[in-house]
Design a protein around this ligand. Structure first.
Ligand SMILES: Nc1ncnc2c1ncn2[C@@H]1O[C@H](COP(=O)(O)OP(=O)(O)OP(=O)(O)O)[C@@H](O)[C@H]1O
Length: 250
């Protein structure tokens, strides 16, 4: 069964319709990449998956988004627990201006965990999960803003992992990083899919083809084509997809 199932979704920002009839199945424990030119709706869709768009005034959605068969836009859905289950990592690393330890412990504390030993364990496990423990284990009291961008992004991934999500949404997570940090994040993401379902927006075609299992190609607020990444990159069925992945536009 799909982890997330999107059916006939339309989205408006005020009078402007940003998504048109979007349907997509997002399989469990796989990496799904969203690709497409700027402004085509990739971020809009990824932010709809944990209701981040609720924070945008005038944003209206029709259609269904189901997580494990449950409608996430139903009035009875607890948005806090949805965002705990569906974590998010953004384009710019955005650690809180506090210690590395407190960045990771922040989420668990807001969910009521106060026991120091338990928090220590969560912090270590999350930092290990984000492949940064060895680099920061002796500096846990250091301000998270004082480490490199690539390390900060892995702190943000660890922060997302600390509340034990099931889905990780990543909106261009490496676009602000150098090639070495990018390679580390790509390697990490590939490991994380064993435990998590991952959705990633990327402008980097090589990245999509290297890490993702499934790709959805967006154009003008519509999904033009979606399916197995290797198939799409070697044998796209639509001309627009072929033009985009071969660099003829975008
Ligand atoms: N808060 C908002 N209010 C109004 N319009 C918006 C808002 N956010 C996005 N849009 C519009 O919705 C469309 C889709 O934007 P979105 O950010 O989802 O595209 P994208 O594919 O992620 O682009 P990029 O690759 O440049 O990040 C664009 O036309 C954008 O201008």
């Amino acid at each position: 069964m799909s982890k997330i199932s999107i059916k006939d979704m339309d989205l408006w920002y005020g009078d402007f319709q940003a998504l048109h009839g979007v349907s997509l199945e997002i399989p469990k424990n796989q990496i799904t990449a969203f690709i497409g030119p700027s402004g085509c709706g990739k971020s809009t869709l990824i932010k709809s998956l944990n209701r981040m768009n609720d924070l945008v005034e005038g944003c209206r959605i029709e259609g269904d988004i189901m997580l494990d068969g449950k409608d996430i836009y139903k009035s009875t859905m607890n948005v806090n627990s949805l965002r705990k289950n569906v974590g998010m990592v953004f384009q710019q690393p955005n650690p809180f201006p506090m210690s590395i330890y407190n960045n990771i412990a922040y989420g668990p504390r807001t969910h009521g965990i106060t026991d120091k030993k338990q928090l220590d364990e969560i912090v270590e496990k999350s930092l290990r999960g984000a492949a940064i423990w060895e680099e920061v284990k002796d500096d846990l009291n250091k301000n998270a803003l004082s480490i490199s961008g690539g390390q900060q992004q892995r702190i943000c991934i660890a922060r997302a992992l600390a509340v034990q999500p099931e889905v990780l949404l990543m909106d261009e997570p490496t676009s602000a990083l150098d090639p070495i940090s990018t390679a580390k994040i790509e390697e990490l993401v590939t490991e994380l899919k064993e435990k998590y379902t991952i959705v990633m927006v990327t402008h980097n075609m090589q990245q999509a083809s290297r890490v993702s299992d499934q790709t959805a190609f967006f154009f003008n607020g519509r999904i033009i084509e979606s399916g197995d990444t290797r198939d799409m990159f070697t044998n796209p069925t639509k001309k627009q997809t072929e033009d985009y992945i071969s660099g003829r536009f975008g």
